[in-house]
Design a protein around this ligand. Sequence first.
Ligand code: NI
Length: 136
Amino acid sequence: MMVTVSRKAHFNAAHRLYRIDWSNEKNHTVFGKCSNPNYHGHNYELVVSVTGKIDKETGYVIDMKVLKDLIKEEVEDAFDHKNLNLDVEAFKNLNPTAENIVVVIYNKLRSRIKSNLKLKVTLYETPRNFVSYSGE
Ligand code: NI
């Protein structure tokens, strides 16, 4: 019997999508407004889901407090009110698309969650645009 436990979180961050080896024109063609040289912000929403067996002693799959603190430390403290391109090491040489952000978040959390638990991260860049990654 497997149960999924989920926690929502939120951060605001700025980014710019571009490749330094492309011309401004090509960046604009591919990334549109998202390549605006002066950056722009998003209200990112996050859903972190952990799936596993219920622990017989505690009745938990994972302690929600532990999960909450982990997300705060690895995601909110690292990304909230930051410029992802300039302030976050992971995006120094990686385009901060929603796809790349969700993989970075997954990898940060994966290394802190027991390997017998499955992890899935869903990242909303806008209320209608979202991406998911579960390590496959
Ligand atoms: Ni954007």
